[in-house]
Design a protein around this ligand. Structure first.
Ligand SMILES: [Ca+2]
Ligand SMILES: [Ca+2]
Length: 153
């Protein structure tokens, strides 16, 4: 029952998230130019991306430095996401993970009211919608809960 309730909550969050964070959706997969920020400068100088498709800057771990989640394309046109996150005054970049092909969206939320905040990656491929909730634990991207990601990445 608890799990079912959680799923309902997440469906609502994602539904309303779609309504309120439309700017974050990249339907055409056209590369975007991010607004200037230190954390996005770190991403752009460290990752050999081709195009940035969606990104969210936020404070994941409530320290002095802003963090970022970025979805981008690589040479082979595959979609990946990486997290640029701060630790003890420095930035680290997570390993890259598969990201949805179309309609990419990133949403930062604190699900359990404990730091760090979680982030939700969602999107689609050929009409198949998928999403997954992640957080950074011990410098790793941990997939907490998701559905349909294998069909949309
Ligand atoms: Ca931070
Ligand atoms: Ca949290």
């Amino acid at each position: 029952m608890k799990k079912f309730g959680l799923i309902i909550i997440w469906m609502m969050i994602i539904f309303f998230g779609y309504k309120s964070y439309l700017h974050n959706i990249n339907q055409q997969n056209v590369g975007i130019q991010p607004e200037e920020s230190v954390v996005m400068d770190v991403f752009m100088s460290e990752i050999e991306y081709v195009e940035i498709l969606a990104y969210a800057t936020d404070q994941l771990n409530e320290d002095a430095l802003e963090d970022a989640v970025v979805i981008y394309t690589l040479d082979d046109n595959s979609r990946r996401f990486s997290v640029v996150y701060s630790s003890e005054g420095n930035y680290f970049i997570s390993e890259e993970k598969a990201a949805p092909i179309d309609n990419q969206k990133i949403e930062v939320r604190n699900i359990d009211d404990e730091i760090p905040k979680e982030f939700i990656i969602s999107g689609s491929k050929n009409g198949h919608f998928g999403y997954s909730i992640f957080r950074i634990e011990d410098s790793e991207v941990v997939d907490i809960f998701g559905e349909g990601m294998e069909d949309c990445c």
